[in-house]
Ligand binder design. Structure first.
Ligand SMILES: Nc1ncnc2c1ncn2[C@@H]1O[C@H](COP(=O)(O)OP(=O)(O)O)[C@@H](O)[C@H]1O
Ligand SMILES: [Mg+2]
Length: 313
């Protein structure tokens, strides 16, 4: 417990002035997990006395208990998060093995089906039937895309890391989504204070990550929404790797309810008619292989915020 005069030098001038104006008598720092998480400021109250010794002792015990409670809550939260990650990694590994086997078996027959249809279509004079063959080829190509997604999800390539400029990757992705963005009248904004935010990473894989996330954001917007992308140096409590960047992709689309948010990293979970539900599983795998971190916050009917941290090396 500190008297105001003991701790005044920790505050800047306007804060000191405010403390004086508010007539704060006691300042009690709240240390949680070795970090200053807050302060309890106490006014002398109506009696105009700084508090009897016994009050101070009682207060000190109470606030110490509060700090322990806060510390326990933080530890519990960390523990839950760790358990969730372990569970998720386990599930992904099992489903991944299954998917990889199936995908390989499907690919070859699919290729021969496609070329047979093309062959038959070549001889077809009837316009109606010709169109039907085109439809069949389109559907086969869709299966092929799903199989491709399955393979990149279940057998993620080791990233081949090189010095990579994040802004350049985003510019590449913006070209790919420009059609969809224009059609829906979406406002897409990119902010990065640094000219060349560089990390060691697999550019092609990160392109896949950002493309998936921006596509999801676009798809969540009915029309005329907004997608904001911010790239800032990573610096946060739970990030103990040196350097790197935090990338935030937020949209004001339909958002998600809590129950939905819990399932989005599950492979094959989708709420879309033509979705595969593999996008975020692939994203998760790639970020993991880069030693990074991904978190998603969302509110139904308000929007979604994806936060990614990537280390420098
Ligand atoms: N930005 C977003 N806004 C709202 N819902 C989202 C967003 N991103 C992902 N989702 C939800 O997560 C699900 C899974 O996403 P994903 O793995 O990319 O598969 P897909 O896009 O094929 O459905 C989506 O179907 C959607 O329900
Ligand atoms: Mg997707």
């Amino acid at each position: 417990m500190s008297k105001r005069s003991d701790v005044l030098h920790f505050f800047n001038l306007p804060e000191q002035k405010l403390l004086k104006e508010l007539n704060i008598d006691i300042v009690y720092p709240l240390w949680v997990m070795n970090k200053l998480r807050g302060m309890v400021l106490i006014q002398p109250g109506h009696s105009k006395r700084p508090g009897k010794k016994v009050d101070m002792e009682l207060l000190s015990i109470l606030l110490d208990q509060a700090m322990i409670a806060l510390e326990n809550a933080s530890l519990y939260e960390q523990q839950q998060e760790r358990l969730k990650r372990m569970y998720r990694a386990d599930r992904l590994a099992v489903i991944g093995q299954l998917a990889a086997g199936t995908a390989h078996e499907i690919r070859n027959p699919l290729a021969s089906i496609r070329s047979s249809i093309q062959y038959l279509q070549g001889d077809e004079q009837d316009e109606e039937k010709y169109r039907m063959f085109s439809g069949m080829i389109r559907e086969v190509d869709r299966i092929n895309e799903i199989v491709q997604d399955l393979l990149s999800f279940s057998k993620p390539r080791e990233p081949s890391k090189e010095k990579t400029n994040l802004t350049e990757i985003f510019n590449q992705v913006f070209l790919l989504v420009s059609n969809m963005v224009r059609k829906k009248g979406i406002q897409l904004e990119y902010h990065c204070e640094e000219e060349a935010p560089a990390i060691h990473a697999d550019a092609a894989q990160l392109e896949q990550v950002f493309l998936n996330l921006i596509m999801n954001a676009c798809e969540s917007i009915d029309k005329e929404g907004k997608i904001g992308i911010h790239v800032v140096p990573a610096a946060s409590d739970n990030w103990n790797k040196p350097g790197g960047y935090q990338i935030i992709i937020e949209d004001n689309g339909q958002g998600m309810k809590e129950e939905e948010l819990e399932k989005i990293f599950d492979p094959f979970y989708t709420n879309k008619k033509h979705g595969t539900g593999l996008g975020l599983s692939i994203v998760y795998g790639i970020i993991n292989k880069h030693g990074g971190d991904i978190g998603i916050e969302s509110t139904a009917w308000e929007g979604t915020k994806v936060k990614i941290k990537l280390p420098e090396e």
